[in-house]
Design a protein around this ligand. Sequence first.
Ligand code: GLY
Length: 395
Amino acid sequence: MKRVIIIALCISLTGCSNLQKETSSEDPITENFEFASKQTTLMLEGIGDTPRNPRNTEEDGSLRLVKSRDWTSGFFPGNLWFLYEYTGDEKWKLAAEKFTINVEDQQWNGKTHDMGFKMYCSYGNGYRLTNNPEYKGILIQSAKTLITRFNPTVGALRSWDHNADKWQFPVIIDNMMNLELLFWATKTTGDSAFCDIALSHAETTLKNHFRKDNSSYHVINYDTLTGEVLDRHTHQGYAHESAWARGQAWGLYGYTMTFRETGDQRFLDQAIKIADFILSHPKLPDDLVPYWDFDAPNIPNEPRDASAAAVIASGLYELSEYASSSSSEKYLNAANSILESLSSPTYRAGLGTNNNFLLIHSTGNWPKDSEIDVPIVYADYYWLEASLRKMKYDS
Ligand code: GLY
């Protein structure tokens, strides 16, 4: 086992007050997974047999479990698959199978654009690790259902069905994340329809979602008859013209993944532009864990979003593989710094605390006063994924 030199790292939540990192003689990835195993064991003991999957801590401090239709339902099974991947322990496989089945019905849900989040994080990881043919069929059906949301005039997959009085055809930057399922479906079935739709969606988003400074809008509202942009809005950010932190993270991760799947230089260029926007932003704190919106009005007295940081770290590990040798190190170092911050006691929960989620300090939907500065399951998912990616790069 690799040993690391103990460094007392001063990190800052506010940019002013310094907190000292807990020292450890363990390899940080080993330590992360040992902690995650113990914490998730407690989570499993606490929730018992349930058809619902953990999402977050509620305002009253209680654990929120959600039905399969919730957009976050696939992340907890994904966490269990990552634990199985790391440990090889059958107990995690059994637990992952059990919570993966909880989202099975979503393969038929044509009302969600979050199909990739739900099914690729759960069944996708499960299939990658087990080759279970049943999982393969469910994933293919999920991809078939997702592409029913494609509008050829707009050239994109529709995001939400809600707020129909406000948006004719909303497409959110988050939706880039759902394309991975479609690329997988073409590779698996040989049917190019999935990949063609993913490519069109990525191109339409590239054309319309980004500002001159390479930050992205959250919601683009399209005219279904002409395909023209009607509005550029936000839903979860501070303002229409602000840079919502998790939106930037989805874009970075989404375009890096889309470059991997297509080899198209335009997508790598965009991923690099987004990474540089994030990493050079004057409001990005020293510990590289962003505030919930880069333009939130009361920085440094604003909540952080550890989930955005985890998505950014995971995306940057992959981007460092594709970027030129001169910038690759910059992205790798940034990913390592974010992971180090998130793995410190400032962001990583104490054992048996935090409703047994892994990370603290995520912000889900600030404008709706929902999930502010709480544990949220997708932060844990991308933190575990980033930890696995770091392990691969270090080996
Ligand atoms: N996809 C919704 C979110 O990031 O909150």
